[in-house]
Design a protein around this ligand. Structure first.
Ligand code: ADP
Length: 357
């Protein structure tokens, strides 16, 4: 009884197309999956004795199949890939074909198509992850190497100052203490920036309603407290009308770093050193522009200022991490940053952030 079960019932069990055709491409037998892949809209009602090549679209693909089948007949088996759009998605099949030398009446070829799309996309994803991991590893190596140098340089100068202070005979201890304070402040700044960098890489985005007015006020209060704003005119144009959502802590670091730079690299020789903060929010995004009339950035330095540890100016005393951290944070919250600057005239940093509703 069991020997009478039609074979196609067994073959229909597989969700991979399996079919048999002769050397003239006439279909002899097939399973359900074959219909789903090669005759998806059921245009042809009966596929038995049908020309397989008529199910293949495009002259190029027809030619490809002809060559592959000819090779199967000469080499007895073949393995090749075939791609086809199904439900608007490209599917990649690995085809195995085998010539069946069946009592010489008819030259038959059996074919099996294995859908590799998921495996291929998984492989691609793995490749991408691997590439990113390698990049992160290289960056980490570079980072550790440079950080140890950056931390050592203020420490070395501290040690030097202590040695000089110990043998000081001219009562200049106060001067040495001032210099030591600067070294420690630089070191503290570097550690802060490393912490901001690591928090940005580690923590997920915390979306909340952003009050730009409040954030700017708090940053300016902090900066004024250190006495760094005394000689500056600060202009604020903050249009906070539109409800804007993003990561408040990250936005605070961005604005704080840009304002710190606007102060650090300002030109106190100018009549009125000025910093302008423009913030416009809309349904879609926020545009934060920080403009200064400071020393500006040399054309050659401009493409490098967002690089890790890049310091482009003689007055730069930091570690060259600030703008790198800003760039990383801006990317994390899916925004963009641009700079316009002219040496001697000033700089403008424009940050565009999407409203993450
Ligand atoms: P750091 O402030 O530690 O030097 P940053 O990464 O913040 O490092 O900045 C990198 C370089 O870009 C600075 O050394 C400086 O040359 C330049 N730069 C950044 N902001 C400004 C600015 N507002 N005006 C002039 N130069 C700037």
């Amino acid at each position: 009884m069991s020997s009478n079960i039609p074979q196609h019932l067994i073959l229909d069990h597989y969700d991979s197309p399996i079919w048999l055709m002769n050397d003239k491409f006439k279909i002899v037998s097939y399973n359900n999956s074959f219909v789903k892949v090669f005759n998806p809209q059921n245009k042809e009602k009966h596929l038995t004795s049908h020309d397989f090549l008529q199910l293949i679209e495009g002259e190029k693909d027809k030619k490809y199949w002809k060559t592959r089948i000819e090779k199967t007949l000469t080499n007895s088996k073949q393995q090749f890939t075939y791609s086809k759009h199904l439900d608007n998605e490209l599917q990649i099949f690995e085809i195995k074909s085998k010539f069946i030398d069946f009592n010489n009446e008819e030259r038959l070829i059996s074919l099996f198509a294995y859908n590799q799309t998921a495996t291929k996309s998984f492989e691609k994803q793995l490749e991408k992850q691997n590439f990113e991991l390698k990049k992160i590893n290289e960056e980490l190596d570079n980072f550790v190497y440079s950080v140890s140098h950056q931390i050592r340089s203020p420490l070395t100068s501290l040690l030097g100052l202590i040695n000089i202070a110990k043998i000081d005979k001219q009562n200049k201890i106060r001067d040495y203490l001032d210099l030591m304070q600067t070294s420690i402040a630089n070191l503290d700044q570097t550690v802060h920036e490393i912490n901001d960098y690591s928090k940005n890489a580690r923590l997920d985005i915390q979306c909340e309603e952003i009050d730009f007015e409040k954030i700017c006020q708090e940053i300016l209060d902090d900066i004024s407290f250190g006495g760094r704003l005394i000689s500056f005119k600060v202009i604020r144009n903050i249009n906070n009308g539109q409800l804007f959502k993003s990561d408040g802590e990250r936005i605070r670091v961005i604005i704080s770093n840009l304002l710190s730079n606007a102060i650090k690299f300002n030109d106190l020789e100018k009549d009125q050193p000025t910093i302008t903060i423009d913030i416009i929010t809309s349904k879609k995004n926020a545009e934060i522009t920080i403009t200064d009339n400071g020393e500006g950035i040399d054309e050659r330095a401009l493409p490098k200022i967002f690089d890790m540890f890049y310091r482009g100016s003689r007055s730069a005393q930091g570690a060259g991490l600030g703008l790198y951290v800003v760039k990383e944070i801006v990317h994390k919250i899916k925004g963009s940053i641009e700079v316009e600057s002219e040496s001697g005239y000033g700089s403008k940093f424009i940050v565009k952030l999407p409203n993450l509703k």
